[in-house]
Design a protein around this ligand. Structure first.
Ligand code: ATP
Length: 413
């Protein structure tokens, strides 16, 4: 019988123990709202980002990628309304602007600038550059993954509400008349991404954000909420930003940011913005994967990651650590596999049962054991290994020559 536990403390403790996420600046007592991604965390995070990038940027002909500077000319944030409006209410009702201020330059030359509170700003100021370089047709979009900073009044719930966050954002530029149709397309795109990273549809709920509660730039917003262990909270947002940003930047910069379809009147495109938080995706993927079941009469904790996001795709073991011929064969198999599948791990600590537990706990989908049959003790099994499946514990005998192809076919899904 399988049971999914929702204890947040269990997830936080597993993350620290097994090297997914550590408290930021921990040896100095930490710094509120900051977290550091450890060796397994960075692999999981990169897998999530790569999946997103492949799905929404590389996988489409109407999308362009971008990596804009974090510190922008402050005039951009004045024009977008963030300097005057990006604020949260304090307990005593006083509004507090949550943009992080910094200064650029030295001495009297120094000027105030901001760390970007969302990656979107960098996309809008590059709209004209991308149009001039690539001459796309409407609709088209620009996608970007990067850090954003918000001086949250009350950071909390592990990596859910942090002060240094990462976003994956798309500004999708459309003809004003087609915004509803494109909004619906991106709504489906959000669900497709959840499916790809292993966030179950049943735990995601759409919330139509009512008038008066939307961000200052939005005419329609859907929040995609997830059932986090601490409650139902926003995972992603999908907003119709109209021509608010391009028109505001056009006015403030004096640059023409209209789009000129061939033979048609110039138009300032309207924008559909799907905005994904990397840290919240990471947490939702972890919470969705966290599972406890019973195997061989013992409680087992395992992360049921989709193989495509799992930080370690497979682990290779010699059955016994003190048999040089087993270790040498296992090493050879490990080294060869690593060329095709870099996210692979070597483990020869303790007995095989303990290794399985350890790999289950970090969500490794496949464990490969090199035993005496691999070396030919049973002649017809020469050069075969045992591949054990994380979820059901089933074992299969696979020829070493087929191993890379066997694993690659499984981990791409
Ligand atoms: P919230 O209402 O939870 O403060 P928001 O509506 O301000 O979020 P957006 O401005 O729409 O968030 O940002 C887009 C996405 O960026 C969010 O859906 C979320 O995934 C992520 N995000 C925003 N703020 C944070 C934060 N402080 N920590 C982690 N992720 C965040």
């Amino acid at each position: 019988m399988e049971e999914t536990s929702n204890g947040m403390e269990k997830i936080v403790s597993l993350c620290k123990r097994r090297g997914f996420v550590y408290q930021g600046s921990e040896i100095y007592g930490g710094l509120a709202g900051t977290w550091d991604y450890g060796p397994l965390g960075i692999e999981l995070k990169n897998n999530i980002k790569q999946l997103w990038w492949r799905m929404f940027v590389q996988g489409r002909d109407d999308m362009y990628g971008l990596d804009a500077a974090i510190i922008m000319n402050p005039k951009a944030w004045e024009a977008s309304g963030h300097v005057s409006g990006f604020a949260d209410p304090l307990a005593d009702g006083k509004m507090f602007n949550t943009m992080f201020k910094t200064s650029v330059g030295a001495g009297e030359e120094a000027t105030t600038a901001y760390l970007r509170p969302e990656t979107a700003g960098g996309i809008f100021v590059n709209f004209k550059n991308v149009v001039d370089s690539f001459h796309p047709k409407l609709p088209f979009g620009i996608g970007q993954i990067g850090k954003a900073f918000r001086n949250e009044i009350a950071p909390r719930d592990f990596i859910f509400r942090v002060r240094e966050l990462e976003q994956m954002e798309i500004e999708y530029f459309v003809q004003p008349a087609e915004w509803k149709e494109k909004f619906e397309e991106w709504r489906k795109g959000v669900h497709a991404f959840n499916e790809a990273v292993g966030i179950p549809q049943s735990a995601v709920h759409e919330l139509e954000v009512p008038d008066g509660e939307r961000a200052h730039y939005s005419k329609r917003t859907i929040d995609f909420e997830f059932d986090f262990p601490f409650g139902r909270k926003e995972l992603y947002g999908l907003a119709y930003r109209t021509d608010f940003d391009l028109s505001a930047h056009q006015k403030a910069s004096g640059q023409d940011l209209s789009f000129r379809p061939e033979g048609e009147e110039p138009v300032v495109p309207h924008v559909i913005e799907p905005s994904f938080g990397v840290d919240r995706t990471f947490l939702a993927v972890l919470a969705s994967a966290y599972t406890e079941d019973e195997q061989n009469g013992e409680t087992r904790v395992f992360l049921k990651f989709k193989p495509s996001v799992a930080p370690v795709k497979a682990a290779v073991f010699p059955l016994l650590k003190n048999k040089p011929e087993l270790v040498a064969k296992a090493r050879e198999i490990y080294t060869n596999l690593k060329k095709d599948i870099p996210q692979i791990m070597w483990d020869d600590n303790g007995n095989v049962g303990k290794r399985y537990r350890r790999q289950d706990e970090i969500g490794t989908p496949y464990c490969i054991t090199v035993d005496f049959d691999t070396l030919g003790e049973t002649p017809q099994m020469l050069d075969t290994v045992t591949v054990r499946d994380r979820d059901d514990g089933e074992q299969e005998r696979v020829a070493v020559a087929d191993l890379a192809a066997y694993l690659l076919a499984k981990i791409r899904v």
